[in-house]
Design a protein around this ligand. Structure first.
Ligand SMILES: Cc1cc2nc3c(=O)[nH]c(=O)nc-3n(C[C@H](O)[C@H](O)[C@H](O)COP(=O)(O)OP(=O)(O)OC[C@H]3O[C@@H](n4cnc5c(N)ncnc54)[C@H](O)[C@@H]3O)c2cc1C
Length: 379
């Protein structure tokens, strides 16, 4: 299945591939070693126009389709899933501002984001609320001329450096999910404290961390998704996010299979190369079949998201399957490479950590199953 990009989109994707090969691949392991988010590389991505992918041309962007964004995510994930995830989250906020924010906010913040001077993130999760998003307790209280926010967000991609946050908060706990609203927060303003980045087993280029809001006042025009719409908007956005996580898992796993096949073709054992052993060959053949199948599911979801049809089930199948096969086959690739697979010079350790991450972000694998089962059983 080909996503049939237009010529200008193919040119854009070629530029992204060049960027990834020159600016991402050579540094990905050192970002992991230093456990730091590569802010300068995010800024460089903005400098080459990548951040403007989905921004309309009237705001200085490229005006690209969702299928191009999904392909960009897939290509960069071949080199570094973590950087791809960080970049795509940053682009996601820019796109949301262009589509949904009042004109005065779009004109204020989009130039900064397109220039790489401001980095964005989206904050739903909290220390005590992950899968159960409707249980968030960050509170938004209506006051004269605006809102006052209090609470804490955790596990937020790009939090280590983000200037702008699309933040979900509860406006009336009695209303449950119907009380959730979405606000645009400027983290450089008073009352927003950045918390220390979270140390993990890998994926540090994601810059995961949190924010604490203490009597943070925002004007009325920062309310972007009203109570009632906030939860639905978040769920719609999450289908798109699940879809590009799926394409990223395909890119990362396919790159590892290619690396492993090349290694096996050159590694001598018992008078031949290990690529001559049928068990090993079939393991990689099975891995490639699963990537092909995962990509079909992912691209089907991409087209549903782009067509603005209900993408929930397509996205759930795609994310569940691709994260699961990444988990399984990356470990197999490492096994095929023998002890060499453990070396820093190869990306398999980084990739395995990111396959684990893919099973949590934007809804865990179990939550995808819940969606699929609810559709199957009708409740
Ligand atoms: C690297 C990284 C980046 C992230 N970036 C962001 C971000 O940018 N913004 C953001 O808001 N959040 C982000 N998250 C948070 C992510 O969305 C949550 O981790 C996810 O929603 C799961 O929540 P939890 O980890 O608290 O798990 P929990 O909700 O505590 O779940 C624990 C376990 O219980 C299972 N479980 C929970 N409910 C059910 C159920 N109903 N049925 C069956 N099993 C269930 C889960 O599948 C899981 O296995 C990020 C997380 C990571 C690791």
């Amino acid at each position: 299945m080909d996503l049939q990009l237009e010529t200008r989109e193919i040119d854009f994707l070629n530029r992204v591939q060049e960027f990834s090969k020159s600016r991402v691949a050579p540094h990905a392991q050192s970002w992991e070693d230093s456990r730091k988010m590569p802010i300068e590389t995010l800024q460089a991505a903005a400098g080459t126009g990548i951040v403007g992918l989905e921004i309309p041309e009237e705001y200085g962007g490229f005006g690209g389709r969702f299928r191009l964004k999904a392909r960009v995510a897939e290509e960069i994930a071949r080199d570094c899933f973590a950087f791809s995830f960080s970049l795509i989250n940053n682009m996601g906020l820019a796109g949301k501002i262009a589509r949904e924010a009042p004109k005065e906010l779009a004109e204020r913040y989009l130039p900064e984001m397109l220039a790489g001077e401001a980095i964005g993130c989206t904050a739903l999760s909290e220390p005590a609320a992950g899968s159960d998003f409707a249980a968030i307790s960050t509170n938004a209280r209506k006051v004269d001329g605006g809102w006052v926010l209090n609470g804490e967000k955790a596990w937020i991609t790009n939090a280590a450096a983000a200037d702008l946050i699309f933040l979900y908060a509860q406006t009336n706990p009695e209303l449950g999910w119907r009380g959730v609203a979405g606000f645009l927060i400027d983290a450089r303003e008073e009352g927003v404290e950045r918390l220390l980045p979270t140390e993990m087993m890998g994926g540090h280029a994601i810059g995961v961390g949190g924010f604490k809001l203490q009597d943070h006042f925002i004007a009325d025009n920062r309310l972007i998704s009203s109570p009632g719409d906030g939860f639905k908007a978040a769920m719609k956005g999450v289908n798109a996010a699940r879809t590009y996580v799926a394409t990223m898992c395909c890119g990362m796993t396919e790159a590892a299979i290619e690396l492993t096949a090349e290694y096996a073709s050159n590694r001598a054992a018992f008078g031949t190369t290990i690529s001559a052993f049928q068990g090993l060959r079939w393991d990689l053949a099975d891995a490639q079949t699963d990537v092909e199948a995962a990509r079909l599911l992912a691209y089907r979801a991409v087209l549903s998201v782009e067509a603005e049809t209900n993408a929930e089930i397509h996205a759930a199948h795609a994310k569940k399957f691709s994260a699961r096969i990444a988990d399984t086959h990356l470990t197999k690739c490492m096994q095929i490479m023998g002890a060499a697979g453990l070396k820093r010079q190869y990306p398999l350790g980084r990739h395995i950590a990111c396959a684990r991450i893919a099973n949590y972000v934007d809804g865990t694998t179990e939550i995808q199953n819940e969606r699929i089962a609810r559709n199957l059983f009708g409740s």
